[in-house]
Design a protein around this ligand. Sequence first.
Ligand code: KG4
Ligand code: ZN
Length: 335
Amino acid sequence: MRVLGIESSCDETGVAIYDGDRGLLAHQLYSQVKMHAEFGGVVPELASRDHIRKLLPLTEAALKEAGLTRKDIDGVAYTAGPGLIGALMVGAAAARSMAMGLGVPAVGVHHMEGHLLAPMLEDEPPAYPFVALLVSGGHTLLVDVAAPGSYVILGESLDDAAGEAFDKTAKMMGLPYPGGPMLSRIAEKGDPDRFSFPRPMVDRPGMDFSFSGLKTAVRLEIARHAKDEKVDETDMADIASGFQQAVVETLAIKCRRALRATGYRRLVIAGGVSANRHLRQRLDEMAKQEKSRLYYPRSEFCTDNGAMIAYAGWLRLSHGQTADLALQVRPRWPL
Ligand code: KG4
Ligand code: ZN
């Protein structure tokens, strides 16, 4: 079965084709980041309009890349939520119309399930069961994944998501949107031990997270070092490095708890923040200590993309799951 996948939940338009026998045949991505940077964040209405502009050309490009025509598509998957309602509606409308025109089934996919399954597109995918740490701009979730489609939430963020904490901290440091990746580059040059930022909630049992207190601690440190509203480069790098270390340590402690609680030997990380090099290194180290193995997607599939939606859709459609013709999206939708 060959499935066309469409992602349009936020500021990335992604279209991909996944074949059950041959794997990923094509993936096309257009990022709106430059357009939104001017406003310091995603402008929902502009995002919807840009998805409209890009979806069909990207679909044509994906078909061309795979050497296929529309008639070769057996099913269409799209991100049905969570995300920006207008942006989701564009993808859902395009996917549903395409499926109806072709006489094939369509299915709406949960965006975070897409992220969770992204490591399945790699050469050595994890076997089930595993623990998944999903760290994106909107979510921080620890999930017990017993089998495909069987997800039990072990912990989640009570306030900011990990990516959101990166982005907000970057903004406080005067970095342009989206600041997360840039903050982590600056952190590489800093001393992670000069400032000791709090590791929120690690002294409490359980696997939930909280990052807003850490953000406040960073804000105070920035204010303490600002001269004429400017912080010099070394201080900034040390603050960034201390912040990153605090986030990574907190995530590592909770992941260790999740491995021990489930008894699983596999840890998967996915979502935008899983592209963070320091996080990968630290979790790899921790997993080895726990006699476990760490899995993550290639960098381009850590952040939003159509490939993960095509794969998740293929998994659901090949098990006979489809939805009726109703155009349904869910801006808020628990996994
Ligand atoms: O998964 P994603 O593309 O979109 C959502 O579903 O939210 O994640 C985007 C988030 C942003 O907050 C971005 O700053 C963060 O992932 N991110 C990073 C890195 N690359 C992306 N955060 C820290 N270090 C990185 N290298
Ligand atoms: Zn995402």
